[in-house]
Design a protein around this ligand. Sequence first.
Ligand code: NAD
Length: 260
Amino acid sequence: MFQKFLGGKTAVVTGSNSGIGLGIAHELARAGADLVLNSFTDAPEDHALAESLAAEHGVKVRYIQADMSKGAECRALIEKAGACDILVNNAGIQHVAPIPDFPAEKWDAIIAINLSSAFHTTAVALPLMREAGWGRVINIASAHGLTASEYKSAYVAAKHGIVGLTKVTALETAKEPITCNAICPGYVLTPIVEKQIPDQMKTHNLSREDVIAKVMLHRQPSGQFATVEQMGGTAVFLCSPAAEQITGTTISVDGGWTAL
Ligand code: NAD
């Protein structure tokens, strides 16, 4: 249904050399969008990944290194991209610890990467979208943007914050052909989740299988991980004409977690 309708548009996806960002990049490219991939690394594999997506989908793909923990680099990413019809604020990290033990530098890094980066990229992207006469801002929040879990203070605060930023961005663009929404994934088995498993095993004194079943998917009534392809499909939908009047809201892709 959505074949190539994004031809001629450029999508910038932050944190897109793995996981959900990469999944979204694939689906936007499948729908015809040219891509700017990003992460903080500048490895040969990052550039090879850009070449392989370009070859697979027949679109233009660039890889631009920028550290999303630094405001100036967030802004430079969009400036270097030159065009940004679709902005997907996806870069994110996680740290799990009780508040008294939560390292202050982890708090600062999570707020910077998971929240402030979206403010900086949006600030530079909106004028480009206005010039182009069309734009989509898609913030990757989380079920943790709508509800909380213990030991994830910084992450839950940042994700609630990005839901707030989504609403303000939508109000400031409401009269224009620009929308801003947040996708709220439940658990998706990507590296960010893999990395939490050992900490959760230690914190809850559980096996890997029990952390997955009792701590993670226990929250997800479907009993299944959501997939990166489902996040990509939701992003493509938000770029489609059917979504023109959808702005300032959250779309949960969480197997029923936030219905609990
Ligand atoms: P991931 O670890 O696979 O991907 C994170 C991406 O962010 C990577 O490409 C990484 O290189 C990039 N990144 C990290 N620090 C960066 C920095 N300083 N500058 C630039 N890029 C940086 O994890 P993921 O699961 O794909 O997470 C993507 C987004 O989805 C995050 O915002 C995360 O909070 C959100 N999310 C994930 C889940 C899940 O279950 N996986 C659930 C809800 C929300």
